[in-house]
Design a protein around this ligand. Structure first.
Ligand SMILES: [Fe+2]
Ligand SMILES: [Fe+2]
Length: 245
């Protein structure tokens, strides 16, 4: 098992581990390190991945310098290795939305979490990350995303998931592969809020989408997000139409 490191935006690193047996094409599991004055890790990865992912992170910063750990929602690939990361970085604080702290972290985290309100900014010194509550998008009540305002990088968690071991960053089509993966796995909670939530992200006009499974995207991210929102709106309409299920 190897974790590849690529800088996808200035000072933002993708730590990517390909697991060939997940799904028909294999799947990448990507964590993102914001190598700011006060460094932040987005996604912990599963516990089994911790040795290789932490070694990769250690090539960018000394792990003891890690200041914040964040993730989108409670699930093994998002936060399974939280305890291991907190052990490796004694000065780090885990941050999450208010719901996630209430239903999980206040009880389960080895150290007390810092709850971030919807829209609250975490100042990392030379970088600023904004917490965006996105309940049930991609899935789970506690779900939220981070937007790094200095580089215009949106950390999308499982949105745009696609299989295989593609390039670290693409400017090509990621909506087609994401729709194919969604049709195959059905991992997104299809609710009336899904399309509207993704359109709210499009309004940020990000420069880069840091995707948890698959390539990150660089380019006209607002259009790409709007296309994904259209797909979920249409899927919801079809699901609600008699005789289409
Ligand atoms: Fe997930
Ligand atoms: Fe994931």
């Amino acid at each position: 098992m190897e974790t590849k490191v690529n800088e996808i935006a200035e000072g933002i690193y993708r730590l990517s581990t390909f697991l060939p047996k997940v799904g028909p094409k294999g799947l990448t599991f990507n964590q993102f390190l914001v190598a700011a004055a006060e460094p932040l890790l987005f996604h912990c990865g599963q516990r089994a991945l911790f040795p290789t992912v932490s070694q990769a992170a250690g090539r960018i910063i000394e792990l003891e310098r890690l200041r914040f750990i964040a993730f989108s929602h409670i699930e093994a690939d998002e936060c399974g290795a939280l305890g291991e990361w907190l052990d490796a970085a004694p000065g780090a604080t885990v941050t999450h939305g208010a719901i996630g702290c209430a239903i999980w972290l206040n009880d389960q985290s080895p150290r007390p979490p810092r709850a971030l309100a919807d829209g609250e900014v975490l100042d990392l010194g030379d970088r600023r990350v904004r917490r965006l509550d996105t309940p049930h998008v991609p899935h789970c009540w506690d779900a939220g995303l981070l937007y790094e305002e200095t580089t215009g990088t949106l950390f999308t968690s499982d949105l745009f998931t696609h299989g295989g071991d593609p390039a670290a960053v693409t400017s090509g089509d990621i909506v087609g592969p994401a729709v194919a993966a969604e049709k195959q796995f059905g991992f997104t909670a299809l609710t009336p809020a899904a399309g509207a939530t993704i359109r709210r992200l499009a309004a940020l006009r990000p420069q880069t989408l840091a995707v948890m499974h698959g390539s990150s995207f660089s380019g006209d991210a607002a259009t790409v997000l709007a296309s994904l929102a259209d797909f979920y709106d249409e899927a919801l309409q079809k699901a609600g139409s008699p005789g289409t299920r």
